[in-house]
Design a protein around this ligand. Sequence first.
Ligand SMILES: [Zn+2]
Length: 194
Amino acid sequence: MKRDITLRYSNDLPGIPLQREIEKFTLADRKALGCRFGEPCDPRQLIKFHDVTKILETYASYNTHYGRSVQGEFEQRWSGVTLHINNGNYIIMINPDHSLSRRTFTIAHEFGHLVFNHQTVTITTQKSLETRYSDEQELEAHSYGLALLLPYAPLLQIVRQGASVSSIANHYGISMDAVAMRLKLTGLWKMCIP
Ligand SMILES: [Zn+2]
């Protein structure tokens, strides 16, 4: 991020109602994790607050979990899933072929499904039965993940001070695509320098 960016505590919230509501959840979660105003936040730490026994996101963690190599078994377009294993316990599985910044966002997204207690729905397609979340739930989980990683109030200050999308992405350890999505969802996109 540009060296001359200065942040002061503020409590601005997004004007868009859904984003505003979700921001309140993520601000509470960031506070519980000890992430200070405008600081990057590692969503892996949320494991402390949920019944998630482990997060698999590297080949080393998958190989240990399954006791064999799972190299090459992941489809590129698959990002991640939260699996209920037993007695209310979950495992979060993330595509180990994806970059660290992408995995970070997928993990934050998966915790969004847990925070909002989303239940999957089963959809009958021509070929098979598909279990998935509704589009509305996906938007909520997406918005949660983005808000957790890129809180609105500091983002507003950063954008006003002319930071670029790439510098914001670098500072927060997430992809430029994720930054762009967050700016669009909160209405800040038009203020930003690409
Ligand atoms: Zn999802």
